[in-house]
Design a binder for this molecule. Structure first.
Ligand SMILES: [Zn+2]
Length: 432
């Protein structure tokens, strides 16, 4: 099926911040075939024409999420991290059923699509239920099956074997992909991390873990082993291949150098790091070293929004504040971190930018609102997206050429029903 999209402008999602005014995007069989100014467009043939008054952007990519935690959104507000985990999160998670995870992920996925996020990297329990959920909403997901030392879960070697088996049976249409998600170096023993990394490397799977999120996590491992977390991971053969490390807040120059050397990608989650007072990751230093970085929300119990527009804006604000320089991160780079750069970070060059050959994951942002005035140059539209845009401005979303959000409403799931279901399940989980 051929489709032609016409828009006020296309924001490509590259590092330079390319904006094509009065643009055309041609799509066939879910793939982008042509992008450029309407004046140079080829004949449309019998393509279905979709005329859009606003901006077309690539579908945003959320590089780190535990979206099923929408069930715990807002819970334990104001508690310090250790009490928040021990008294609020863990008791609730111990009561989670597979059905809870599927409903929560369906709701979170619908919410993300409504905010223009078409792909998310998930790390949470019952990965096959996460896949079923995005199958319902029409989103894409890269699901890192968690490896965790929790009561009720089998030993690590069995968890790893199950994760590898699940990955082998994934669909081949690019909708769902499984990776391996050993939680972190402070929760998973180093030999398990090494085995998980080897299994992921041998099969080209994403290895996704938390690294250097808090200062204490690093200092305890340093005292035990005499090495920083990144150096410890390098020494135990965990790095190399397709590794995506979430947070990377407490990193010195030597750690960053290791990331560059092993081409480790980073999921940058400034809103979660701010809410939990973990610190500010050295984003500019990472980009200057050529380290791949993508924006992440982290779980909606520690953000709590699933709106990447807020995260990319905060990333730019913090990078500028830290450097005390308004040139420290451009608006173009901020938007790229949630699109083209995020696709590179998670190892999915088929996503993240509006250019021929990539999948047709498209977001229509309505600019007929005061937040998008005035516009002098076309690049002002990109600046407005970053500095005054939000998920609420997203009107329509296509994933692989299929419209999954139409005029702000999901075409695939009933969000009113999901609201009631999430509320009922959250209440049950809170009281046991
Ligand atoms: Zn996380």
């Amino acid at each position: 099926m051929a489709q032609r999209f016409t828009a006020r402008a296309v924001v490509v999602g590259d590092r330079r911040g390319s904006v094509v005014p009065d643009a055309v995007v041609d799509v066939e069989d879910g793939e982008i075939r042509w992008v450029g100014p309407a004046s140079e467009a080829p004949e449309p043939g019998d393509a279905e024409v979709v005329e859009l008054p606003g901006i077309l952007t690539p579908g945003l990519l959320n590089a780190h999420s535990h979206a099923g935690m929408v069930l715990f959104r807002g819970q334990g507000e104001g508690l310090p991290l250790d009490r928040w985990l021990r008294e609020v999160m863990w008791p609730r998670e111990a009561r989670l059923t597979p059905e809870d995870v599927e409903v929560a992920m369906t709701a979170a996925s619908a919410e993300m699509l409504g905010n223009g996020v078409t792909t998310s990297v998930e790390m949470y329990f019952h990965p096959e239920r996460i896949a079923a959920a995005v199958g319902r909403t029409g989103a894409r997901a890269v699901i890192a099956t968690p490896l965790l030392p929790l009561p009720g879960l089998p030993p690590f070697d069995e968890q790893l074997r199950a994760a590898v088996e699940l990955a082998a049976g994934a669909p081949t249409d690019g909708s769902v992909e499984y990776g391996i998600g050993p939680h972190a170096a402070y929760t998973v023993p180093l030999p398990v991390l090494r085995d998980a990394a080897k299994a992921a490397r041998d099969r080209g799977l994403l290895l996704h873990l938390h690294v250097a999120e808090t200062a204490t996590e690093g200092s305890e491992l340093l005292a035990l082993n005499g090495l920083s977390v990144p150096a410890l991971l390098a020494a135990h053969d965990v790095l190399g291949g397709r590794v995506l490390a979430a947070h990377c807040v407490h990193m010195d120059d030597g750690d960053l150098e290791l990331w560059r050397e092993y081409d480790v990608a980073v999921a940058h989650c400034p809103a979660s790091n701010a809410k939990l007072a973990s610190g500010i990751a050295p984003l500019r230093a990472m980009l200057d070293r050529g380290i791949r970085v993508g924006m992440g929300t982290d779980g909606p119990a520690s953000n709590d929004a699933l709106d990447l527009f807020g995260d990319l804006r905060l990333a730019a604000q913090l990078a500028r504040l830290v450097a005390r320089s308004a040139t420290a991160l451009t608006a173009a780079e901020a938007f790229w971190l949630a699109t083209g750069a995020a696709a590179e970070a998670i190892g999915r060059p088929d996503l993240g930018m509006l250019e021929a050959g990539r999948r047709a994951d498209l977001v229509h942002v309505d600019t007929r609102t005061l937040a998008f005035e005035p516009v002098g140059e076309p690049t002002d539209l990109l600046a407005h997206l970053v500095w005054s845009g939000a998920g609420q401005h997203v009107r329509d979303v296509w994933v692989g050429g299929r419209r999954v959000v139409h005029d702000g409403v999901s075409t695939t799931v009933d969000t009113h029903e999901l609201r009631a279901d999430v509320a009922a399940r959250a209440a049950r989980l809170a009281t046991g």
